[in-house]
Design a protein around this ligand. Structure first.
Ligand code: NAG
Ligand code: NAG
Length: 208
């Protein structure tokens, strides 16, 4: 009579033992492809699972008039290993997150203030874009080029969540014009005029 109950108990205990509840990142250790190694459970506190930075507007006094405040694993180690993260996006009037990709994860964006024209380009080069208003949500599939632009009259705010604790970010304009890739190669690979490439390199901090 006790045996079935014991069996159930031992099943519950063994299944618990097999699953690790969390792996709060040890930011002092190096980060590998699978994320950070785990902090000792005895050293984990509630603050590892709470991030308080997203209530404050980012500084949009920059070329793109935009600020992304990330709560990725490097800022928010409790996310390590859990396959998700979040960030705040502030766009001043006329602000833009230029064409970019997140190699590591898909994105879902929720507009909480103002309006944002957002879109992505599929690998078949089909464009999907729309002007989103407060309360609208849009999805940007992993790895695809996409953008967000505030064409409205007031600053806009959005919160973006990713299917990765470290989604990564590569902005196309900076990849093309913000480094030392020689002008002739940029001209040769983009079909742009040399003068235009030189101008964009000057604006975006590129050389050569
Ligand atoms: C973990 O906590 C112990 C004491 O509770 C401390 O001595 C040790 O330095 C801590 N380790 C880390 C990595 O914070
Ligand atoms: C915002 O950034 C600009 C340019 O880097 C800087 O001059 C300004 O002091 C910053 N403002 C705040 C409130 O940090």
């Amino acid at each position: 009579m006790f045996l079935p109950i014991l069996c159930v108990f031992s099943l519950i205990l063994s299944s618990h033992a097999a699953v690790q509840d969390f792996c709060v990142g040890d930011l002092a250790a190096p980060e590998g492809p699978a994320g950070y190694s785990c902090k000792k459970p005895a050293n984990v506190t509630v603050d590892d699972f709470v991030f308080s930075g997203l209530g404050t507007a980012g500084n949009t006094s920059n070329l793109i008039k935009a600020a992304v405040t990330p709560a990725f694993a490097s800022q928010f180690p409790g996310l390590n290993g859990l396959g998700l993260s979040i960030a705040r996006l502030d766009l001043a009037v006329g602000g833009v997150v230029p064409m970019h990709t997140h190699p590591g994860g898909s994105e879902v964006l929720l507009v909480t203030q103002g309006s944002i024209c957002a879109g992505f380009i599929s690998s078949a080069n089909t464009v999907y874009y729309k002007t989103l208003k407060k309360g609208d949500i849009m999805i940007f599939p992993q790895g695809l080029l996409h953008f967000q632009l505030n064409g409205g009259g007031i600053p806009s705010i959005a919160f973006v969540s990713f299917s990765s604790p470290q989604p990564g970010l590569q902005i196309l304009d900076y990849a093309l014009f913000g480094n030392d890739l020689p002008t002739e190669l940029v001209v040769g690979t983009t079909f742009l005029d040399k003068a235009q490439v030189k101008k964009l390199k000057a604006v975006l901090g590129g050389t050569n």
